[in-house]
Design a binder for this molecule. Structure first.
Ligand SMILES: NC(=O)c1ccc[n+]([C@@H]2O[C@H](COP(=O)([O-])OP(=O)(O)OC[C@H]3O[C@@H](n4cnc5c(N)ncnc54)[C@H](OP(=O)(O)O)[C@@H]3O)[C@@H](O)[C@H]2O)c1
Length: 226
C-alpha cells in the first residue's frame, strides 16, 4: 500500500520557491505538527540546504565515527533521499540534524558501485529500486512494507514534486504563501514537469484548509482528486 504523500512548500505570492525570505521557523514548526513517518527530500535540496556541491565530501570517516543507533520507539521521521547519481556525500553532516531518526538513500541500478561502497563505509542505509532513476512508486510501497511508513512529507523543489505529481503519487499539497513578489525567468515552481498537451490533463484539487498565519503568511491545503 502507498503511504499518504504531502507536498509541502513555501512560495512567494508569484509562486516561486526560491529567492524570497521564507519563514523557515514557521515552516518547520508546522511541519513537525504533521507527525509524518518520513520526509522525502530531493538530492538537490539536500545539497542546497547544506551549501554543498555535487560529489563534495565534507568529512572523512574518522575513528570516532559510530553509526547512529536507531531506537524503534523513536518517533522522529526517517529522511529519505533519491540519489541515483550518487551526488550527496555529506551524510554524516545530514545525520547531525536533530529532527530525523535516520537516513535512507534511494539508489537505482544505474548508481555507481563506488557510491554504494561509500554508503556502506559510512554506515548509511540504502535501497536499490528502479533502473535508471529511482522508481518512486515502488519505493513508497517498500517504505510502507519495510519501514512501516504510512505518511510522507515531501521537502523538495519542483523537480521531485513534478515526478511525484505526474506519477499520481501525491495526496495533498500544502503551500505557505509569503507576502513577497520575486519575478524572474528561471524555472522556480513547486511543479516542474514537461508541458502538457492539453489542459484536460491538469490535476484537479480541492481546498481542505485555509489559515492566515503570522506576518501575513497564508497556508493553503489542497487534496488531490484521485
Ligand atoms: N520553497 C520551498 O519550500 C523549498 C523546499 C525544498 C527545496 N527548495 C529549493 O528547491 C531547489 C531544489 O529543487 P530541485 O527541483 O532543483 O531539485 P530536487 O527536487 O531537490 O531534486 C531533484 C530530485 O528528483 C529526483 N528525480 C529527478 N528525476 C527523477 C525521475 N525521473 N524519477 C525519480 N526521481 C527523479 C532526483 O533524483 P536523482 O538524484 O536520483 O536524479 C532528485 O532527488 C533548491 O533551490 C531548494 O532550496 C525550496
Amino acid at each position: 500500500m502507498l503511504p499518504k504523500v504531502i507536498i509541502y512548500n513555501a512560495v512567494s505570492l508569484d509562486g516561486r520557491i526560491t529567492g524570497f525570505n521564507a519563514d523557515s521557523e514557521l515552516y518547520y514548526e508546522l511541519a513537525s505538527k504533521l507527525g509524518v513517518d518520513a520526509v522525502l527530500m530531493g538530492s538537490e535540496t539536500v545539497l542546497t540546504g547544506f551549501e554543498a556541491q555535487p560529489f563534495q565530501a565534507f568529512q572523512e570517516i574518522g575513528e570516532d565515527f559510530k553509526p547512529r543507533e536507531v531506537d524503534p520507539a523513536d518517533e522522529r521521521p526517517l529522511l529519505v533521499v533519491p540519489d541515483s547519481r550518487g551526488q550527496v556525500r555529506i551524510w554524516r553532516r545530514v545525520l547531525e540534524m536533530p529532527y530525523i531518526r535516520d537516513v535512507l538513500v534511494l539508489c537505482s541500478r544505474s548508481t555507481p558501485q563506488e557510491y554504494l561502497d561509500f554508503l556502506d563505509e559510512n554506515c548509511v542505509k540504502y535501497m536499490i529500486i528502479g533502473y535508471q532513476k529511482v522508481d518512486l512508486g515502488f519505493a513508497l510501497e517498500e517504505l510502507n512494507t519495510q519501514f512501516g511508513v504510512k505518511s510522507v512529507r515531501v521537502d523538495s523543489g519542483g523537480i521531485l514534486n513534478g515526478v511525484l505529481l505526474r506519477e499520481n503519487l501525491v495526496d495533498e499539497v500544502h503551500v505557505f504563501i509569503h507576502p513577497e513578489l520575486v519575478g524572474g525567468t528561471s524555472p522556480s515552481s513547486i511543479y516542474q514537469a514537461p508541458d502538457l498537451e492539453s489542459d484536460e490533463d491538469t490535476i484537479p484539487v480541492f481546498l481542505t484548509g485555509l489559515e492566515k498565519l503570522k506576518n501575513d503568511v497564508v497556508l493553503l491545503k489542497y487534496r488531490i482528486f484521485k
